[in-house]
Design a protein. Structure first.
Lengths: 397, 128
């Protein structure tokens, strides 16, 4: 009798110790309440890659960027409606010192976010017939592309808008070989920016998608990679995540309704230049939306949140030598200054875009290792056709 | 002349109807030698999807009741390196940007061959 209890207890103790060891090794140590950190700025939504490096650069300036990962529409809700971020059972958030990500705990009753990062326009998440309230700012940040991905073993190269409509809108009944089994269609959830964006692109409402839901983009990568039927498998990811998973996944070319041929985000399937996003050949993309509350004069109420907006939109140089363009290029994201087209509504009409301090040449250099632009140290070295010297290269403006 | 007559019934100009006729005759004569997204692959003298029309006539050309409408800017239509029609002027609207001539690699998806559940007029059925 006693030995059984002892064995059980010992086994439970060993299991708990092992679990604790695994957890201790897997997650950074907690550092107490986030509110105890100097000048906390609470940020929620996507865009972690940019926030992480910016937070490291800002760590010595006495500003603590505290980040809680959430779906885009939850970030919109947090800023638009003041819905608290964090719950009694989910208080873990991230912050950074100069080199590493650390963990802290949000107040158990949650906190009001200062800045929301959404992949989609607020109106995509919530009905806003009168537009955004005047006390809410929606600043356009770097551009993210959204992609269909298949396992590396798949032979599929492209998908059209109409094919995507059938595959994810009809599932088993899509009639689009080889994507006719819902068990191998990997989707996200309706609050995900990626699913919202593709929902708008394909005309399939995000809550009507057929397939197996992944809990995160990382989970989706895992599911697709582990698929037992690679040819029948397809999923959706940001170009950022797809780009980081090139060893195991292939991105499909996307053919919009007006197009006779599908294009990859890059000018070649193996490229890094995002040329087709930048010039409008690749259709499914949108800017990161930086949402924050404004005062009566139209300035961000939280000045530090306003600074983060300025750094990410390129209107203010961040401290600490933080090179946003290089960071984004390495993460398959396009800074607004490298775009040649823009749109003012979700997947809305494209128009020509000539950013004030263009960085297309520098972006090419850091993304691909080469550029055809003339290097410069000042504008006097640049010719008439490209008279501005931006980021070390002659640009048109 | 039946093609022109039918085109006129659809409200197309005589010029575009003649162009269509000429195209269909060439396509029929050429057989199926054209690229995957070309109307040359269509065995009879009508279209089934917008993609076929965009590939043959350029951005903005749509398949309406079996006939391709004229491209948005016919004077700007060129043939790209991949054999598809492309937009060769300064792009102004979305379809111009999406179909602008480029040396980027592309991979066609043949809606006409691979989509088995299009409506009879080539459209999308409502979601279940």
């Amino acid at each position: 009798m006693i030995p059984f209890v002892s064995r059980t207890f010992r086994a439970a103790s060993v299991a708990l110790l092992a679990a604790a060891a695994v957890l201790g090794a897997a997650s950074p140590a907690r550092a107490g309440l986030c509110s105890a950190l100097p000048n906390p700025v609470y940020i929620t939504g996507g865009g972690k890659v940019a926030i992480a490096d910016l937070a490291k650069a800002l760590s010595s300036s006495g500003i603590s960027l505290i980040y809680k990962l959430q779906g885009s529409c939850l970030a919109v809700d947090a800023i638009l409606n003041g819905t608290h971020v964090g719950t009694m059972t989910d208080t873990a958030a991230s912050y950074w010192d100069a080199t590493a990500e650390l963990k802290c705990d949000l107040d158990p009753t949650g906190v009001v976010a200062d800045l929301g990062l959404s992949d989609v326009f607020p109106s995509t998440c919530q009905s806003l017939p009168g537009g955004l309230p005047s006390n809410l700012g929606d600043f356009f940040g770097p551009v993210e592309a959204y992609t269909f991905v298949v396992p590396k073993m798949s032979t599929q190269k492209s998908i059209s808008r109409a094919a995507g409509y059938f595959v994810f809108g009809f599932g088993n009944d899509s009639g689009v070989a080889p994507w006719t089994d819902e068990n191998f269609l990997f989707v996200r959830d309706p609050s995900s920016g990626t699913q919202q964006m593709f929902g708008a692109a394909l005309g399939v409402p995000p809550d009507k998608w057929k397939g197996v839901s992944a809990t995160s983009s990382g989970d989706l990568v895992t599911k697709i990679t582990a698929s037992t039927k690679p040819e029948a498998t397809i999923g959706i990811l940001t170009a950022e995540v797809a780009g980081a998973s090139r060893a195991t996944l292939s991105t499909l070319a996307y053919q919009d309704a007006d197009q006779a041929c599908g294009y990859w985000p890059d000018s070649t399937p193996s490229g890094f230049d995002k040329r087709n996003v930048r010039d409008g050949h690749y259709a499914v993309w949108g800017p990161l939306h930086l949402l924050t509350k404004l005062d009566g004069m139209g300035y961000p109420i939280n000045k530090s949140a306003g600074d983060v907006v300025a750094y990410l939109t390129g209107t203010k140089s961040p401290p600490g030598g933080f090179d946003l363009i290089a960071l984004l290029a390495g993460a398959s994201i396009v800074p607004a200054c490298a775009m040649q087209v823009r749109r003012m509504s979700e997947l809305g009409p494209l128009t020509s875009f000539a950013p004030e301090q263009a960085c297309g040449c520098y972006f090419d250099e850091v993304a691909t290792g080469k550029t055809t632009c003339k290097a410069c140290t000042s504008a006097v070295e640049c010719g008439e056709a490209a008279p501005r010297c931006n980021y070390g290269y002659c640009e048109t403006q | 002349m039946a093609v022109i007559g039918a085109a006129r019934k659809q409200g197309y100009t005589a010029t575009s109807a003649r162009a269509l006729l000429a195209f269909f005759l060439v396509a029929l004569a050429a057989g199926s030698t054209a690229a995957a997204c070309s109307l040359g692959n269509v065995a009879h003298d009508d279209c089934t999807t917008d993609t076929q029309c965009a590939a043959a006539f350029g951005a903005g050309s749509r398949c309406q009741t079996g006939f391709c409408t004229e491209a948005t800017s016919p004077g700007c239509q060129k043939t790209g390196a991949d054999g598809h029609a492309c937009f060769g002027c300064t792009p102004k609207v979305t379809s111009d940007f999406e179909t602008a001539c480029t040396d980027a690699t592309c991979a066609p998806f043949d809606d006409a061959k691979r989509l088995t559940k299009l409506t009879p007029d080539g459209g999308l059925p409502p979601l279940p």
